[in-house]
Write a protein that binds this ligand. Sequence first.
Ligand code: F6R
Ligand code: MG
Ligand code: MG
Length: 381
Amino acid sequence: MKLTFSVIKADIGGYVGHSDTHPEVVETVKKVIEEEKEKGNLIDCNILTCGDDIAIVMTHTHGVDNEVVHRIAWNAFEKGTEVAKKLKLYGAGQDLLTDAFSGNIKGLGPGVAEMEFEERPSEPLIVFFADKTSPSAWNLPLYEMFADPMNTAGLVIDPKMHDGYTFEVLDVYSGKAVKLSTPAELYDLLALIGSVGKYVVKNVYRNYDGEIAATASTQKLSLMAGQYVGKDDPVMVVRAQSGFPAVGEILEPFARPWIVEGWMRGSHNGPLMPVSFEDARPSRFDGPPRVIAAGFQLAQGKLVGPTDMFRDPAFDKARVRAQDMADILRRQGIFEPHRLPAEEMEYTTLPKILKKLEGRFYDIEEQRLEKGQVMEKEDMD
Ligand code: F6R
Ligand code: MG
Ligand code: MG
């Protein structure tokens, strides 16, 4: 039996500001999907939250991009939005960019990460969920998990992993994707995915047999709406063990925090801090960016879990280091490289400021020459 694992997420209202979700909203979303499970439309479901975002986790047999499943998520977010509006939560319904659902939730605002596979005799997987960052935040850890033997010993040791993995990389501006096989094309892969404003990893496949290993949400809300509407805080699903990286190899990149984009006003770089479910409520300068890891085992599609993978004190040092990195970046204030570079500010106020000042720019060299000529003339007079 082919099973589909779907995670669909949205920010439908923040409490307070952009910090957290409200329990009443989360309960409402949960109730809608549980009713669908009762009706037999889903095998199982669960809800995760990270910052002001809610993720609906669903297992079913309808396949990816399925209208029934996407509609369930859309309806749940709409019902949740009604409560968020009643409570006047901040940005209520902000990620639902249209009034009408039209068959597929992609392009309508919410983020989607789905994969279809034959459930193995034991199927451990991890759902990563981040707030105050963008899907390219997964580029670095996906490289380490699936292509760096210094992180993932299994690439050297496990015969099923020894042929490497293929990364499907999406250019978020053109919508075109390319598949690159590692280790052979590793340097080509890194040349692309190091450009986090342009390229994001969509899927990872095992070369040994083509099995799907990981999938991520890749929506770029700012590009979809043509104006800044919040960062598209991403989700990612990674399968673990027996031929895939071990749980510990999957989590290891997060023990060494790195810098991602999306902090304050979606316009700043900051460290991605791995936290427990409980601590996924960013408030310092609306951050710093957070990531949670929810571990599940599947049993005939039933979700056994989640377990809170970053609750491990072994990640405490990463949290402290992330705070040190946050202090260093905060010192920069509005200056790069804390604030994003100009190209990335395209959907914010920067173009308006440039427009306003357009007619006031002059060629400094020309002006100098003109001044020089005037002075020369004055001297001659
Ligand atoms: C939201 C975010 C926040 C907001 C900021 C300003 O994802 O990252 O930092 O951008 O709180 O929000 P507004 O413009 O809604 O007042
Ligand atoms: Mg928000
Ligand atoms: Mg958010």
